[in-house]
Design a protein around this ligand. Structure first.
Ligand SMILES: Nc1ncnc2c1ncn2[C@@H]1O[C@H](COP(=O)(O)OP(=O)(O)O)[C@@H](O)[C@H]1O
Ligand SMILES: CC(C)(COP(=O)(O)O)[C@@H](O)C(=O)NCCC(=O)O
Length: 328
């Protein structure tokens, strides 16, 4: 594996007055850190992995994701070394290394799924062939029946709409190295948790955990009792960022495209919007954005950005323009 990428000269945000916890790179500067990392994905594979409306191509994988893969490789390797050294220090033997967990956060419609899927494939193709699993937090949403009962349908994606206990139990079991840990599944088609459907996670080397609120912190109890939060289980975290106006646009345009694809399915929760007029559908999308997703972005998601180890900031067309990496 390769050593950690070194920041290029002059790329640090320079200010004598304020300290920034991040090194900030343009995408061109960041691309140089890929060094000799091979491109192990083909054009067709990238096309298969990207979400509707996300134009990511091989150039973007080369520019952004190869350096990221190389950096993560350095982190995984360092965590293994630290694990071995601590075991020697404590004279422990027979301790199993538990998965390296990568959290991916960011607004609805910012493109977390594409990033997560591309990373999963790139990491799985490292020479050590690690087992990489990917879980999304939507499976941990309360079912619609519960959200309706609690009057939370308009709060889908807000912290209170998740079964946080189940989410923490899942991550805790993963970090405890338990075999066959079950994660509930969500369907964007039915807009609901799939009853009795699970993804089984069996001791991967790396787990990617993706969802809007994964960097959320919690109020700490005054009595000093241990209250875990999701990010306590992360070894590395990534926040996908973009201007609010761009994400708004991506959300509405994706909704309009889904009208001609997923919404046509009679089982789609949004099926009724496939047949209404274009203007009426646009108004629905605007309402969902304004009343739910934008509020959630402002109140709960964006405030978690400074907690990320790495921030990928996208410009128009979903292309990453700057990369901010937390200083060690
Ligand atoms: N109503 C929907 N019907 C079908 N697929 C959807 C719908 N809404 C979102 N998706 C898909 O679900 C995935 C997750 O979307 P989202 O939670 O907005 O996160 P992101 O855009 O950051 O990946 C994306 O691949 C998106 O295309
Ligand atoms: C299911 C989501 C909350 C995303 O959840 P995540 O996978 O990030 O946990 C989101 O796609 C969503 O449905 N938001 C509610 C408003 C809307 O329909 O867009």
């Amino acid at each position: 594996m390769t050593p950690a990428a070194q920041p290029a000269e002059g790329t640090e945000q320079s200010s004598s007055a304020t300290y920034s916890p991040y090194h900030v790179f343009t995408s061109a500067e960041w691309a140089r850190f890929r060094a000799d990392t091979p491109l192990t994905l083909t054009f067709d594979e990238v096309a298969r992995l990207r979400s509707l409306d996300d134009p990511i191509d091989l150039d973007e994988v080369r520019r952004i994701y190869l350096s990221l893969s190389r950096l993560l490789s350095a982190h995984v390797e360092a965590s293994l070394l630290l694990f071995q050294q601590r075991n020697r220090f404590l004279s422990l033997s027979d301790v199993t290394k538990t998965p390296f967990v990568i959290g991916i956060a960011g607004s609805v419609a910012v493109g977390k799924s594409t990033t997560a899927r591309i990373l999963k494939e790139l990491l799985a193709r490292w020479p050590s062939s690690p087992k990489v699993d990917l879980i999304t937090t939507d499976g941990f949403l309360h079912p619609n029946a519960v959200l309706r009962r609690e009057n939370l349908m308009e709060r889908k994606g807000f912290p209170e709409s998740y079964d946080i206990g189940a989410l923490l139990r899942f991550l805790s079991a993963i970090k405890a190295g338990q075999p066959n840990v079950k994660a509930p599944r969500y369907s964007h088609l039915t807009y609901d948790v799939l009853p009795d459907e699970f993804t089984v996670v069996d001791r991967p080397d790396i787990l990617i955990f993706e969802g809007i609120n994964v960097l959320q912190s919690r109020d700490l109890p005054a009595d000093g009792k241990f209250v875990p939060m999701v990010s306590d289980f992360f070894d590395f975290s990534i926040y996908i960022d973009a201007d609010e106006a761009l994400i708004h646009n991506w959300y509405v345009e994706r909704f309009m495209k889904l009208r001609n694809t997923a919404f046509r399915d009679p089982n789609s929760f949004f099926h009724r919007y496939a047949t209404i007029s274009e203007d009426a559908a646009r108004a629905i999308a605007e309402g969902l954005w304004e009343n739910i997703n934008l509020k959630n972005l402002r109140q709960n998601i964006l405030p978690t950005r400074p907690r990320a180890d790495l921030i990928l900031r996208k410009g128009s067309n979903h292309l990453v323009e700057t990369v901010a990496l937390r200083k060690l």
